[in-house]
Design a protein around this ligand. Structure first.
Ligand SMILES: [Zn+2]
Length: 65
């Protein structure tokens, strides 16, 4: 059994997080940072901040060959 305490840096705020089984939000320091990161990830994935959301692609009948 290893008794070493492993810590990582919270991706959101950079705070040191103990990497243990009790750290359910690892690698985040808490639920808040985890949600923030997930929110930013979703925002970057689905829409680029500062830019209007692109219009949905129209079905291109020409691509259906
Ligand atoms: Zn954090």
């Amino acid at each position: 059994m290893t008794d070493e305490s492993v810590s990582v840096a919270c991706p959101t705020c950079g705070k040191e997080v103990q990497w243990t089984r009790d750290s359910q939000y690892r690698p985040f320091c808490g639920e808040r940072c985890r949600l923030i990161d997930l929110g930013e990830w979703a925002a970057e994935r689905y829409r680029v901040p500062g830019e209007p959301s692109p219009p949905p692609e129209k079905p291109d009948s020409e691509s259906l060959q």
